[in-house]
Design a protein. Structure first.
Length: 307
């Protein structure tokens, strides 16, 4: 709570209204909007809370202007705060437009200074660092980042090399669910084929690359391994791609819409029809163990199953 819907940040916050609401309701009330008029330092946070009788205080603009507002010992010099912020920016590769906005909020009245004008004109993280005399730090940090990236790329290549088993059949394929009927997947087709041919069910082994966090899966069927050479964004997609490679290598239908009649769909339809016929004849239906049946008494002697 802070202001009425037609009011803006430049309007004064209504502490009396917040207090009246806080005292009238039994739920926690969060007071907001005190940055401009009330909260100038850490001690003002408690003063604002007492003035509104709120359970807690939310701070936005005052925290953007100087995050050390939360420091009990008092503000840190703004220059130190901005430099520390830039260090985090470089560490976590924050986008320069967001970085620029946050620093402009901190500078506020100083935007017309030489430093402020440099910041306003900056079009990259490097230029932002130069505006704050941190060009050398940017170069050092970039060098460390590139070294880590190179190390990860080498490790990724090593992982790929370990996956390059000459006995594995590979194809460059991906699973696109739009090419398949609802609820039908290549994994289902492969499992059905293994059951029909009396093979053990497929075994999937999936790995994730640390550099880009993509997945690759190898499926083993009848002691032969199959995988896609393309890496996917999820474990499930990688397994489906491996199943497609296996089915195509075996010359077995994979269930795509373009293949025509889908026997798994027909099998499901037949199963649904059998269930309906059984119900029409009053036969008991076996329910999955994870579903709990609740019975209610009717005026007749028949019990009705309520799911």
């Amino acid at each position: 709570l802070e202001r009425k819907k037609e009011e803006r940040p430049q309007h004064p916050v209504h502490c009396d209204v917040i207090k009246a609401i806080s005292e009238a309701v039994s739920i926690p009330v969060i007071a907001n909007g005190g940055s401009h008029d009330f909260i100038k330092e850490y001690a003002d946070i408690e003063t604002f809370q007492k003035a509104t009788a709120a359970s807690s205080v939310m701070i936005a603009r005052a925290a953007m202007w100087n995050p050390s507002i939360f420091r009990k010992e008092g503000f840190c010099p703004l220059k130190d705060v901005m430099q520390d912020y830039i260090k985090y920016v470089l560490r976590y590769d924050n986008h320069y437009t967001n970085t620029k906005y946050c620093l402009c909020q901190m500078l506020r009245e100083q935007l017309e200074t030489t430093q402020g004008k440099k910041l306003h004109a900056a079009q990259s993280t490097q230029e932002i660092c130069e505006a704050f005399e941190m060009g050398d730090f940017y170069e050092e940090n970039t060098a460390i980042f590139e070294a880590k990236k190179t190390s990860l790329e080498i490790k990724t290549q090593d992982d790929d090399d370990q996956m390059e088993d000459p006995d594995v059949i590979k194809m460059a394929v991906r699973f696109d669910k739009r090419e398949y009927p609802p609820q039908i997947t290549p994994k289902m087709y492969l499992l059905e084929w293994c059951r029909k041919e009396k093979h053990p069910q497929p075994v999937y082994e999936t790995v994730q690359r640390p550099l880009d966090r993509l997945f690759c899966s190898v499926v083993t069927v009848a002691e032969q391994k199959y995988r896609s050479t393309l890496w996917d964004k999820s474990k499930k997609l990688a397994e489906q791609a491996a199943a497609i490679v296996c089915l195509r290598a075996l010359g077995v239908p994979e269930g795509k819409l373009c293949e025509g009649e889908n026997h798994l769909i027909n099998k499901r339809k037949r199963g649904d029809q059998e269930c309906l016929i059984s119900r029409d004849h009053g036969e008991d239906l076996a329910e999955p163990s994870h579903k709990k049946a609740n019975f209610i008494e009717e005026t007749s002697d028949m019990n009705v199953l309520k799911m």
